[in-house]
Write a protein that binds this ligand. Structure first.
Ligand code: NAD
Length: 491
């Protein structure tokens, strides 16, 4: 299978000479070949998007929304197929893949609803016989750059608000996961989305991503990926005065207080630390535990980890799938070595799995370190794999301080039965998302998604907040007095 770009409603061969293979991380199977695009391909896509946007902006928002209802319906109809492709391409276990596709369906229906809301404001004018209001206006062509770990959900977080608001887009999916983009393009086509509203260009970030950011007709860049790449995107976008929305890395923590339900905390940690093999931006990478319950938590965590079956995510009984590729595997393993050198105590795991059914895949054992120093590299840097570090604290204040000590600020969680502690924590934890008595993952699409500090630059995906990225506020004054009225002077 060869994947081509989707530009102006047709499938077009990329101009580059090189191909890249899409590999199943569970077993190395070649799933597809993708021809890499050039700067010229990006120009073609932007041209098609720009042309289409003029008409698209004039389609009433409730009519634009009808396409999203149809896209949502088709995604629902194809949910199992999409989930199977997602697991094959990205590796996450099938139950989670179904959850991710559901997130896309939810986003389609939610954003379709925005087609009949998209509220502005009407306010009284300070002058007689004058009307004042603000409306959300589409921006134009927007550029979307997405990572491989949520190849369909993140695409929907960005593209659906963009199109309901009257923009058209050029999307560069992650090189590792083009098949989900291809599947979504087929759905756009089947839903009858007008040509040029959705455009997909496959290829390397350094070529396609950079060309999108530098193109004068791309007005917004919405990026999700690592903090390193995001910094580059922001720098380049800044030079071109682009509106740049960044969702980047995390180093999320679960706080377990001495009054917590420890069994529940263990369940929350297992799900958020090892789900998606730890490759979620919101994955729990640190457990900040009160000294009085540390031993109990360690014991119960070790006990529960025995049930974590590792393997190909298409097997319904498997709980932990592979990590995305060899490079990721090596990075995870290097952090385990760093942890050991830093004096952290390895409780369980710490190995690449290579034998038997793991031979051709990229599998890492779920790994737990304890007695980790809060300021060590293991506790400060994003690993993006199934590795969790236990850090001991003596009070809620100390727990919050440790939580906030990292350069990221995406998600945090506290397990406690004390309402006073919970409310202090939700106020003082410096993250964009806070969970109480649940792990660090599990965002719902109708709330803003994003983080503080090194995780973001003040924008949010998802929720109504996403519309802020893809619209400009326009203030409109209508004077029906029939004479010149000067604000601040004639009243
Ligand atoms: P990445 O930064 O390597 O790549 C992200 C995207 O940027 C890809 O499409 C890639 O091709 C593109 N890219 C690479 N170099 C580029 C360049 N020079 N110019 C423009 N684009 C370029 O990230 P990844 O490995 O795909 O994803 C994992 C990272 O994403 C983790 O750090 C994770 O925390 C983060 N993430 C964040 C969120 C969030 O919402 N905060 C969600 C998911 C993942």
């Amino acid at each position: 299978m060869q994947l081509n770009n989707y530009i102006g409603g047709s499938w077009q061969k990329a101009g580059g000479a090189d191909y890249t293979a899409v590999l199943n991380p569970a077993n190395g199977e070649v799933l597809a070949q993708v021809r890499l695009s050039t700067t010229e391909d990006v120009s073609l896509a932007v041209k098609a998007a720009k042309e289409a946007q003029k008409k698209w902006a004039l389609v009433p928002a409730p009519k634009r929304a009808d396409f999203l209802y149809e896209i949502g319906r088709l995604m629902k109809e194809k949910k199992e197929h999409l989930s199977q492709v997602l697991t094959k391409e990205m590796g996450k276990v099938i139950e989670e893949a179904r959850g991710e596709v559901q997130e896309g369906i939810d986003m389609a229906l939610y954003m379709a609803g925005e087609g009949r809301r998209m509220f502005g404001e009407t306010v009284p004018s300070e002058l007689q016989d004058k009307f004042a209001m603000s409306v959300r206006a589409p921006i134009g062509v927007v550029g979307l750059i997405t990572p491989w770990n949520f190849p369909i959900a993140i695409a929907t977080w960005k593209s659906f608000p963009a199109i309901v608001a009257g923009n058209t887009f050029v999307w560069k999916p992650a090189t590792e996961t083009p098949m989900m983009a291809y599947e979504l393009a087929l759905i756009f086509e089947e839903a009858g989305l007008p040509s040029g509203v959705a455009n997909i260009v496959f290829g390397a970030g350094s070529v396609v991503g950079t060309a999108m950011i530098e193109h004068p007709d791309v007005r917004v860049i919405s990026f999700t990926g690592s903090t390193e790449t995001g910094r580059h995107v922001a720098e380049t976008g800044g030079r071109h005065l682009k509106k740049v929305s960044l969702e980047m890395g995390g180093k999320n923590a679960v706080i377990v207080m001495d009054d917590a339900d420890i069994d529940l905390a263990v369940e929350g940690i297992l799900w958020s630390a090892f789900g998606t093999a730890g490759q979620r931006c919101t994955a729990c990478s640190r457990v900040i535990v009160h000294k009085d319950v540390k031993e109990e938590l360690e014991r119960k965590l070790m006990e529960s980890m025995k049930d974590l079956t590792i393997g190909n995510g298409l097997d319904e009984s498997v709980k932990i799938g592979p990590v995305i590729n060899k490079k990721a595997l090596e990075k995870i393993d290097s952090y385990v070595e760093i942890g050991k050198k830093e004096g952290a105590k390895l409780l369980v795991g710490g190995n690449v799995l290579t034998e038997g059914k793991f031979t051709n895949g990229h599998y890492y054992e779920p790994t737990v370190f304890t007695d980790v120093k809060w300021d060590s590299r293991l506790a400060q840097e994003e690993i993006f794999g199934p590795v969790v570090s236990l850090i001991e604290v003596s009070s809620l204040d100390e727990a919050i301080e440790v939580n906030n000590s990292v350069k990221f600020g995406l998600s945090s969680s506290i397990f406690s039965r004390d309402v006073n502690k919970v409310f202090r924590a939700q106020r003082d934890l410096d993250t964009g998302i806070v969970y109480v008595n649940a792990g660090t993952t599990g965002a719902e699409i109708h709330l803003p998604f994003g983080g503080t500090k090194g995780t973001g630059n003040g924008h949010r995906d998802s929720g109504v907040a996403a519309l802020d990225v893809f619209t400009e506020w326009k203030s409109i004054y209508v004077d029906f007095s029939g004479k010149l009225q000067r604000a601040q002077i004639d009243n």
